[in-house]
Design a protein around this ligand. Structure first.
Ligand code: URA
Length: 434
């Protein structure tokens, strides 16, 4: 087989066979196909697309390019959850102990943040001593013992995707549906869970800016997951403004703890209940989403979800006392309110720009090697649709450097659009696709 012929076939709008796709991914992962040929192929896919069978073949070939995690040593149905990423998305922090408290086995691999989006591992490291650098044996043992463990992604998980993603990033070929779907799903399939619940974000802070594109991506990923024999459900949810009120690592941990106490923001609590219900049904702990919702509400009310978080933090070397005393989590020295420049209603909050504010403060990674300040970030006091009075705080900036605080405050002000007309609040859950 020759890469030249495969490029030509795709360039001319042909469909590749499974054999061709498997050969190409194997040879590329082994370093026997140069990046310039793979770049040409990716651009051909960008313009010609891929059919359903081709996308599934590509996903499976990338999933099998490295280690396929075998979670058969963990009893019960393992349910994984994945978000396409956003600002203030601390869902895994609250959701995983909630579903684990209901008996679901959570064996999850998570990543770190890059750019304007945060990552679960960085947030969890707000707990003193907490580590996700654990062995696969410890991971399995912990899930069997307490029902929950989160580890960092192993270097050998879908290495073909790692190489391809880096190439797509510099060849303007990231935003192609089949390539995104196969990239995300290859990692999920290699991570070994029996069922997958996806949270596909849409809006200004998301990868998919329009609801239509987000729904199409969700349908594609559900089709791939089910085609690979994993029960897969996707939710399409709003990311036109930050989720909840907190943005920034330790601040988001505090908000997740408040949510497990039943005192969280309405939108964030609702998302956790919706995703959690899908996870309980997929894991066969509940027959209907209504029954699942009641189970989740109960573990919040009786404190068992919060206890599960403490158990999880302790099992991974963290200071569980901070779950009961979140005021001891990393705290910033400067609290700077951001006043509304005029009376009116918040019409829009540029979501990506709020993530950038957190990054300016030191809470996000500019490069892979950036050292984070876990204490900084923002708390939003007003969200889209809320009325504001001139001078009233729209948000508070948490910082350790006064110059950075001023810069973030100015950018936050510019990110908020205030108008005289009341606006309708956006629906949080746009669709459930299964
Ligand atoms: N996240 C991924 O892992 N891959 C993509 O292609 C896009 C987002």
């Amino acid at each position: 087989m020759r890469m030249y012929d495969i490029i030509m076939k795709k360039r001319n709008g042909g469909s590749l066979s499974g054999e061709e796709i498997r050969w190409m991914i194997g040879e590329y992962t082994a370093g026997r196909i140069p990046d310039y040929q793979m770049s040409a192929f990716l651009m051909a896919v960008y313009f010609r697309g891929m059919g359903e069978d081709e996308t599934l073949e590509l996903t499976m070939a990338m999933a099998r390019s490295g280690e396929m995690l075998d979670l058969s040593g963990i009893q019960g149905i393992k349910v994984d959850k994945h978000s396409t990423g956003g600002v203030g998305d601390k869902t895994s922090l609250a959701l995983t102990p909630m579903v684990a408290a209901c008996g679901i086995r959570v064996a999850k691999m998570s990543g770190r943040g890059l750019g304007h989006t945060g990552g679960t591992i960085d947030k969890l490291e707000s707990f003193r001593g907490f580590s996700t650098e654990i062995s696969t044996e410890q991971f399995e043992e912990q899930v069997n013992r307490i029902g929950i463990s989160i580890m960092g992604q192993t270097a050998d998980l879908a290495p073909a995707d790692k190489k391809l993603y880096a190439l797509r990033d510099v060849t303007a070929t990231v935003d192609q549906m089949a390539l995104i779907a196969s990239s995300i799903m290859s990692k999920k399939l290699a991570a070994g869970a029996d069922a997958i619940v996806l949270d596909v974000k849409t809006g200004s802070g998301a990868f998919m800016k329009t609801e239509e594109d987000a729904k199409a991506l969700a349908r594609e990923m559900v089709r791939i997951g089910n085609g690979a024999g994993k029960h897969t459900i996707a939710i399409v949810s709003e990311m036109g403004q930050p989720l909840g009120n907190a943005v920034g690592n330790a601040l988001e941990v505090q908000e997740a703890i408040a949510t497990l106490r039943g005192e969280g923001p309405e939108d964030f609590t609702e998302l956790c209940l919706t995703l959690g219900s899908c996870m309980l049904v997929a894991g066969k702990k509940a027959g209907t989403t209504q029954e699942a919702r009641e189970m989740l509400q109960k573990v919040i009310e009786d404190g068992s979800a919060l206890n599960k978080l403490a158990e999880f933090v302790q099992a991974q070397g963290g200071d569980a006392g901070q779950v009961w005393h979140p005021e001891t989590l990393p705290a910033a020295a400067i609290h700077m309110p951001v006043p509304a420049p005029e009376d009116g209603y918040i019409q829009a909050i540029q979501c990506e720009e709020v993530g950038n504010c957190s990054m300016i403060l030191g809470g996000g990674r500019v490069t892979k090697d950036s050292v984070l300040d876990l204490s900084v970030g923002l708390i939003l006091h007003k969200k889209v649709g809320d009325p504001v009075k001139q001078g009233e705080a729209m948000a508070t900036i948490y910082a350790n450097d006064p110059e950075k605080a001023k810069e973030a405050a100015a950018r936050y002000t510019a990110a908020c659009r205030i108008g005289q007309q009341p606006v309708e609040k956006q629906k949080l859950i746009k669709a459930v696709i299964q």
